[in-house]
Design a protein around this ligand. Structure first.
Ligand code: CP
Length: 301
């Protein structure tokens, strides 16, 4: 296992599969105090519900303690302290740092100065590797496999860090992708070029109807308001897609809808009661996956 988890590319295919297996064991038995006496810092410089609380719950269920903050307004960053100095100091107090930051690349900066392992809990529009591991857990749980799936990603593929990490991870498993996005929010070229280099097939479309009935996983995403440099640009695309229960009449029987959450308007609440909705279970299992990530990176599994 690597020391840090900054990008999903830090993990090999075998390491990804090992983490998913350990997560399955934790789901079967979630009270396992491998980390008695350890301390983990959860440093969130950007809002979060699921990632922060599931990490904190994971740490507690492993027997360790959490320190940290849910935003940086009461830290010495408000006095001008740099991220690097903050991380250097916190490294002295803890055994691991989990960090979310609005700046793409911030987790990498933190890892370079930290004396303890750093886990990226989301850095700007760049990467969200722990979200990807729980997405893979949900995909394998619902489809019985990761290989050879038809995956349709819908929404903000430009700023959505969860889809960036997921595309890279699924590339180990011979997928076929459909990228459904308006022109302004298309998947960035560097991810498409990486798929081209690996010979992985994909199509791009602006219409949600194009591939709705031909996918195993429908990965919906929120338009990332906080990443837009211009409010007017956000207003133009914010409600571009809205999935309703009435649109699901022709989908594959085992198809599942995932979403990293939070959702805004892109999935109507009537979808929640359909057999295709899996996003709440997906987020719930995130705690087991994060227990596995922490245990594996610290060398306990
Ligand atoms: N999926 C995700 O990162 O959710 P939060 O922003 O609530 O942590």
């Amino acid at each position: 296992m690597p020391k840090n988890l900054i990008s999903i590319q830090d993990l090999t295919k075998e390491e990804i599969l090992h983490i998913l297996e350990v997560a399955r064991e934790f789901e079967a038995n979630r009270e396992q105090h491998f980390l008695d006496g350890k301390v983990v810092a959860c440093l969130f410089f950007e809002p979060s519900t699921r990632t922060r609380l599931s990490f904190e719950a994971a740490v507690a269920r492993l027997g360790a303690r959490v320190i940290g903050f849910p935003d940086n307004r009461n830290t010495s960053q408000t006095k001008g302290e740099t991220l690097e100095d903050t991380i250097r100091i916190v490294s002295n107090y803890v055994d691991m740092i989990v960090m979310r930051h609005p700046l793409a690349g911030a987790a990498d900066i933190a890892a370079q100065v930290a004396s303890v392992p750093v886990i990226n809990a989301g850095d700007g529009a760049n990467q969200h590797p722990t979200q990807t591991l729980l997405d893979l857990y949900a995909i394998r749980k619902t489809q019985g496999r990761l290989d050879g799936l038809d995956v349709n990603m819908v929404g903000d593929l430009k700023y959505g860090r969860a889809v960036h990490s997921l595309v890279e991870a699924l590339s180990h498993f011979s997928p076929h992708f459909v990228f459904t996005a308006p022109e302004e929010l298309r998947m960035p070229r560097k991810y498409l070029e990486a798929l081209d280099a690996k010979g992985i097939s994909y199509v791009q479309t602006e219409r949600m109807e194009t591939a709705l009935n031909d996918c195993d996983i429908l990965y919906m995403t929120r338009v990332q308001q906080e990443r837009f440099p211009d409010r007017e640009e956000y207003e133009k695309v914010k409600d571009v897609y809205r999935l309703t229960a009435g649109m699901l009449g022709g989908v594959r029987e085992g198809m599942k809808i995932l979403h990293p959450l939070p959702r805004v308007n892109e999935i109507a609440t009537d979808v929640d009661e359909t057999p295709y909705a899996w996003y709440f279970k997906q987020a719930g299992d995130g705690m087991y996956v994060r227990m596995a990530i922490i245990s594996c990176l610290l060398g306990y599994r």
